[in-house]
Design a protein around this ligand. Structure first.
Ligand code: 13P
Length: 255
């Protein structure tokens, strides 16, 4: 298992008010001393970014945005730029989440978002993953295509600024029994690392943390990390309640 796994909570639209975010943060902060061997990050919705950043101030928890706009110009009603996310205190941005891809964000859009985030010096969690598994292995080319369009000839990928989140779409939102199994995840993790070497030096590629996301709960978190050869987890529904998120941290930190 990774020395210091990274556990990221993606709150999606689960939490609505600053009060909920503050309550979650103060509860989590009380428990953090028990989990010094884990890196924890939270991605609240845009409306709760500032409040969540404030609530985790002076703690080890990093707070980031769930997406950023691909655009730079201001005439984009409803969009949130990387600069705006950064000004709200975000230190990282998730790009390419499948729930956004399903709303029409193409590989080209994801690439542009990644560029915008890099320009603001945000760290990036690039989400990739196939919608379905086929026996002929077409899912591998889906993943290759997502990686190559995001990373090919990227001017700078500063080591430490990029995290890949592999989230098979068919597992997202399900319960732990439906998550990917360890050996399949391991195969994918190796495949992703190998693919990354095409876009950066081998030594840099090997340092890029790979997260797994899709139906991570306390009951499968540890096994996925151990058997799947991934460096962390991207947690959706189970990160939306303090208790279930702490249960995940507990299971991962268990010696
Ligand atoms: P669930 O953990 O709810 O399956 O969501 C996974 C996810 O999409 C995290 O980004």
């Amino acid at each position: 298992m990774a020395k210091k796994p990274l556990i990221v909570g993606n709150w999606k639209m689960y939490l609505a008010s600053a009060e909920e975010a503050k309550k979650f943060a103060s509860g989590l902060r009380r428990k953090l001393p028990l989990y010094k061997n884990i890196d924890v990050s939270i991605a609240p919705p845009f409306t709760l970014l500032s409040a969540t950043v404030a609530a985790f101030k002076n703690s080890a928890v990093k707070v980031g945005a769930q997406s950023v706009s691909q655009f730079l110009d201001e005439k984009r009603t409803g969009e949130v730029s990387a600069a705006m996310a950064k000004a709200s205190g975000a230190t990282f941005a998730i790009v390419g989440h499948s729930e956004r891809r399903a709303m029409g964000e193409t590989n080209a859009v994801v690439r542009a978002q990644l560029m915008r985030a890099l320009e603001e010096n945000l760290s990036i969690i690039l989400c990739i993953g196939e919608t379905e598994r086929d026996h002929a292995g077409a899912y591998l080319s889906v993943v290759t295509e997502q990686l190559s369009s995001a990373l090919d000839k990227l001017p700078i990928i500063k080591t430490g600024k990029l995290v890949i989140a592999y989230e098979p779409v068919w597992a997202i939102g399900k319960s732990a029994d439906d998550a990917m199994k360890g050996p399949d995840l391991r195969e994918m993790s190796i495949f992703i690392k190998k693919t990354l070497t095409e876009y950066m030096e081998r030594s840099a590629a090997l340092k890029v943390p790979i997260l797994y996301g899709g139906a991570v709960e306390a009951s499968n978190a540890r096994t996925l990390l151990q058997e799947g050869d991934v460096q962390g987890l991207l947690v959706g529904h189970a990160s939306a309640q303090l208790d279930s998120f702490i249960e995940i941290l507990k299971s991962v930190s268990h010696k």
